[in-house]
Design a binder for this molecule. Structure first.
Ligand SMILES: Nc1ncnc2c1ncn2[C@@H]1O[C@H](COP(=O)(O)OP(=O)(O)OP(=O)(O)O)[C@@H](O)[C@H]1O
Length: 599
């Protein structure tokens, strides 16, 4: 795992290797220019002393200072640019993948944690995939070179030094995974902090109304504390690893002094070789510290890369579903037909069957309503039609083709879907309407605004369609949000319109108006409405009664009042006077829409 995470980290750096190598070479050129300066300065002083011309030395010195500074600056810029590019690459891959993941995968993870992977974890790649990587490689190569030279100078002393390096190195190897683990825990705690914040800010009114601020603050503090604890643990292990680099050189010095002194005394080695060996040891400090720092930094990067790839490695809808087909629509049909055949579905493999043999057919065109007790599985029918999930058994057909054979994008283009909560997105009213159909014309916009009765609202807004609707549409009322959602769905000119509780937040007058709208739409499109209020659907051509994940009865309002006990109970609780079959005037059928026949 450690190994493959490291290889993955390298994969992030690979596309930017040119920038990294250029940066490293420029930095090296800057150092060489710095090293050459004392030599030129020496020659400058010598020339002055000899009363000789110094123009050449001055020019050379100026060139070395300016050129060295420029090379160092460019080198730093190239490495930093590559570092930013590594972060950009990871973020682009994450944001390019997240919206394409399957709904079930996304629902399994708190949004705050996903956000933290895109923002915080990707930042950790910055140093790891660039400077830490360069330090590790340069440190390792230099160390190997120096050890080689030492072996050439004196084999016995070399073996002693190698023993010390390996002993301390293996202790450090034990510490490194702990740094990585602590880093991963710190990042996970940050993810929890993000999720907590998202929960708090997403429901700030509920939190305040329930006086839960202090409890929420405590749980956020716990996540912050947990990140701190893991961070401190990582710092502790990093300090141990860092100290080991000093330790390796000190121990090696003592060993070489003792053993080398003895070898010189016995005549097995001359003093010059011992001095040379000690000098190499002195220079060993740099590469060993560089290697230890680089490897320590890489551990934090490995932890981040693991968290990033936990998301990147998830299956997208394209991976899972494949391209699919684009079935030919029947040009004469008034909308898409659909059929559920013995569909079984559960949200979790070990959970209850939410749909348990659901079967029904809806022919092209007209209004079909789905009613039933809460939790019967009504909204789940829509989720499966949109292919947010796949059924475990049975088939779901749209226009005669199994939804699993459809190209998912084409399937969703065919369907207009208004969710239960009808969320609006932050932005202007126009952005919200054009969200699903960016190419819609002003005339299209006008048409749907009139259709859903939003024109008067827009006329009263100071900035009209350019009015901002706030986070999740908080500047709109619940009913207005629903109308916006319906208008948005209609702009796509769907062949199948799914309205989930579409009128639950409307007042009686608006509800009656919208009922007219829906009836009109149902003349040219198949419309499926999930409704709690039977008053909104008594005029539907057919009503499906759902209970415990099955469709238990199908018929018109009057058929069902006569034949289905559950429907009768639902109707009775809503004052639809089943004994008399009386329907209140407010919910009378829109003119021209006859319940039993195609409109
Ligand atoms: N995303 C989900 N993950 C897990 N379980 C879910 C999910 N969505 C719904 N359920 C469960 O599936 C069952 C059916 O839910 P569904 O929303 O389809 O019912 P419904 O008939 O539309 O109810 P309501 O009328 O209250 O909206 C419920 O028990 C619900 O808890």
């Amino acid at each position: 795992m450690q190994d493959s995470a490291f290889r993955t980290l390298l994969r992030h750096a690979r596309p930017h290797r040119r920038g990294l190598v250029t940066g490293a070479l420029l930095a090296a050129a800057g150092s060489v220019a710095g090293l050459a300066q004392p030599l030129v300065a020496k020659s400058f002083v010598e020339a002055l002393a000899a009363d000789a011309p110094v123009t050449r030395q001055m020019l050379l010195l100026a060139l070395l200072i300016a050129g060295g500074a420029l090379a160092a600056a460019l080198g730093m810029y190239a490495v930093e640019r590559s570092a930013e590019s590594v972060v950009l690459g990871a973020r682009r891959r994450l944001v390019g993948r997240l919206p394409r993941l399957r709904v079930a995968e996304l629902e399994r993870r708190p949004p705050g944690d996903l956000i933290s992977r895109v923002t915080a974890d990707s930042t950790l790649l910055r140093e790891a995939a660039t400077s830490n990587l360069v330090d590790t490689l340069v440190g390792a190569v230099t160390l190997a070179g120096m050890l080689g030279l030492m072996a050439w100078l004196d084999g016995v002393l070399f073996l002693a030094v190698l023993g010390v390096v390996l002993a301390v190195g293996s202790c450090t190897a034990v510490v490194m995974p702990r740094i990585s683990r602590a880093g991963q825990e710190a990042q996970a705690a940050l993810g929890e902090l993000g999720s907590g914040l998202e929960r708090l800010l997403g429901a700030i009114r509920t939190v305040k109304a329930n006086g839960a601020e202090h409890r929420e603050i405590r749980s956020l503090e716990q996540a912050a504390d947990s990140a701190w604890r893991s961070g401190v643990r990582a710092a502790g292990w990093t300090a141990v690893a860092g100290t080991s680099s000093g330790l390796v050189v000190q121990l090696a010095f003592l060993t070489v002094l003792g053993l080398g002194g003895a070898r010189v005394a016995s005549g097995a080695m001359d003093v010059a070789s011992l001095i040379g060996f000690l000098l190499y040891l002195f220079y060993l400090v740099g590469p060993v510290a560089q290697l230890a720092g680089g490897v320590g930094g890489l551990q934090a990067g490995v932890a981040a890369v693991r968290r990033i790839h936990e998301v990147l490695d998830l299956e997208t809808e394209e991976d899972a579903y494949g391209p699919g087909r684009v079935p030919e629509a029947d040009p004469d049909a008034m909308g898409a037909a659909l059929a559920f055949d013995d569909v079984v579905f559960r949200y979790r493999e070990d959970g209850p069957a939410v749909l348990d043999g659901a079967s029904f057919e809806v022919p092209s065109g007209g209004l079909t309503a789905v009613v039933g007790p809460s939790g019967a599985g009504k909204s789940t029918l829509f989720a499966l039609l949109e292919r947010f999930y796949d059924a475990e058994h049975g088939s779901i057909r749209v226009d005669g083709h199994d939804v699993r054979d459809w190209d998912p994008a084409e399937l969703r283009r065919t369907i207009g879907y208004v969710e239960q909560d009808a969320p609006a997105l932050a932005g202007s009213l126009r952005d919200n309407l054009l969200f699903a159909a960016p190419g819609a014309t002003d005339a299209d916009l006008e048409r749907v605004l009139h259709q859903v009765g939003l024109r008067p609202l827009v006329d009263n807004l100071p900035e009209g369609l350019d009015t901002r609707v706030g986070h999740r549409g908080s500047a709109l009322s619940g009913g207005q949000r629903q109308r916006v959602a319906i208008a948005r769905a209609l702009l796509r000119r769907p062949r199948l319109l799914l309205l989930d509780e579409a009128t639950s937040q409307l007042d009686a007058l608006s509800e009656a108006e919208l009922k007219d709208v829906v009836s009109r739409i149902a003349r040219s499109t198949t419309v499926l409405v999930v409704a709690h209020r039977l008053s909104t659907v008594v005029g539907a051509r057919r009503i499906l009664v759902m209970e415990n994940g099955r469709v238990r009865a199908v018929g018109s309002h009057s058929d069902l009042l006569r034949d289905d006990s559950l429907y009768r109970r639902l109707a009775a609780t809503q004052g639809l006077a089943p004994e008399t079959g009386h329907v209140p005037a407010l919910v009378s059928r829109p003119s021209g829409d006859r319940p039993h026949e195609p409109a």
